[in-house]
Design a binder for this molecule. Structure first.
Ligand code: CA2
Length: 143
């Protein structure tokens, strides 16, 4: 099984500011956690991060025919991007939405998620562990 893990804008800055919301670990720590977990589960994983909406759309499109599922934290684009929603719909791959923070307890503008309707599951507020839960959900979905 091959899973693509996508992170959106500013998540490369994890651990640098706002540790009360996003924790004190870095994006490199997140990548290591996911790679170790994938190895333990015997699956292949690719990690991709971009600050650019079009680059995220390109990566989702490129997953078609090459991956069995997508884990995505679109970050701020969660709340704005019809383009990312359409990209996920266009490839038709099982997709899990992840947020490090409990978005449902935060500002009103974070209550909207465009991508959610195209996802088999949404995980919020579990920190980095949410990505591991998302991988589990895709493995379970593929059985
Ligand atoms: O909780 C999440 O994972 C979010 O997707 C993170 C996004 C935010 O816009 C979403 O509403 C919820 C923000 C990522 C920004 O990451 C930072 C990293 C370091 C310092 C400040 C922000």
């Amino acid at each position: 099984m091959k899973i693509l893990v996508i992170n959106g804008p500013n998540l490369n800055m994890l651990g640098i500011r706002e540790p009360d919301i996003y924790g004190k670990n870095t994006y490199a720590d997140l990548c290591e956690l996911i790679r170790d977990y994938a190895a333990k589960k015997g699956i292949e994983v690719k990690l991709f991060q971009s600050n650019h909406e079009g680059a995220l759309v390109d990566e989702i499109q490129a997953a078609y025919g090459n991956f069995d599922g997508i884990v995505i934290n679109p970050a701020a684009y969660t709340h704005t991007s019809v383009a990312i929603l359409d990209a996920v719909k266009s490839v038709g791959l099982p997709t899990v939405e992840v947020h490090i923070s409990a978005v449902e307890t935060r500002e009103d503008f974070r209550q909207v998620s465009y991508i959610r309707q195209a996802c088999i599951k949404t995980i919020t507020g579990l920190g980095f562990d949410g990505y591991l839960g998302a991988i589990d959900a895709l493995i379970e979905n593929g059985k």
